[in-house]
Unconditional design. Structure first.
Length: 156
C-alpha cells in the first residue's frame, strides 16, 4: 500500500462538480493498494499515518500528530501511485490492485484512521475526481507499507 500525505490548510474533492469530501486543517492522503495487500496492511498504515508527528507545536517544530491538532483527513484513492514507467512512454499499472480489492482495502484504511480518532472524509472510489488543496508548508510525505515493514499476514 502506498500513501502520499500532504499537510493542508484545506482540501476538497469533487465528482461531477459536487463536493463529496472536504477538510480544513489536516491531511490530503492519496492512497493506492497493491494486489498483495490485506486488511492488516491497511490498518497498520492507517495507524502509522495517525501517529506521524508532522504538525507544528507552539515552538514551530513538527512534534504533533493529526489527532493532536484536531485535524481531519481527506482520503482519495489513486491507483496511479503504482505506475511503472520504466519502459516505453505509457505507464503500466499492473502493480495496483484491481477495483474489488482496492475498494475494500481503501475502506479498511479509512476505518483504521477513524478508529485511531481521526475525522475522515473520502473521495469516491473509482470516480474521476477533481482535487483541490492548499498545501501547508509545503509538507509532503511518501509512505510505502513494504518499506515500513508493514507486510500482509501470511496465509495458513
Amino acid at each position: 500500500m502506498r500513501a502520499l500525505l500532504q499537510r493542508v490548510s484545506r482540501a476538497e474533492v469533487r465528482v461531477d462538480g459536487e463536493c463529496v469530501g472536504a477538510v480544513d486543517r489536516g491531511l490530503l492522503i492519496l492512497l493506492a493498494v497493491a494486489p498483495t495487500d490485506d486488511e492488516f496492511v491497511a490498518v497498520g498504515l492507517a495507524a502509522k499515518v495517525a501517529g506521524l508527528r508532522i504538525f507544528a507545536d507552539a515552538d514551530g517544530l513538527a512534534n504533533l500528530s493529526i489527532g493532536d491538532v484536531g485535524g481531519s483527513a481527506l482520503v482519495v484513492s489513486q491507483f496511479t501511485l503504482y505506475a511503472d514507467s520504466r519502459r516505453g512512454k505509457r505507464p503500466s499499472f499492473v502493480g495496483a490492485a484491481g477495483p474489488v480489492v482496492g475498494e475494500r482495502l481503501y475502506a479498511a484504511f479509512c476505518r483504521g484512521l477513524a478508529a485511531a480518532g481521526v475525522a475522515v472524509q473520502q473521495g469516491r472510489f473509482g470516480a474521476d475526481m477533481a482535487v483541490e488543496l492548499v498545501n501547508d508548508g509545503p509538507f509532503t510525505i511518501w509512505l510505502d507499507s513494504t518499506e515500513l515493514g508493514i507486510m500482509p499476514r501470511p496465509t495458513a
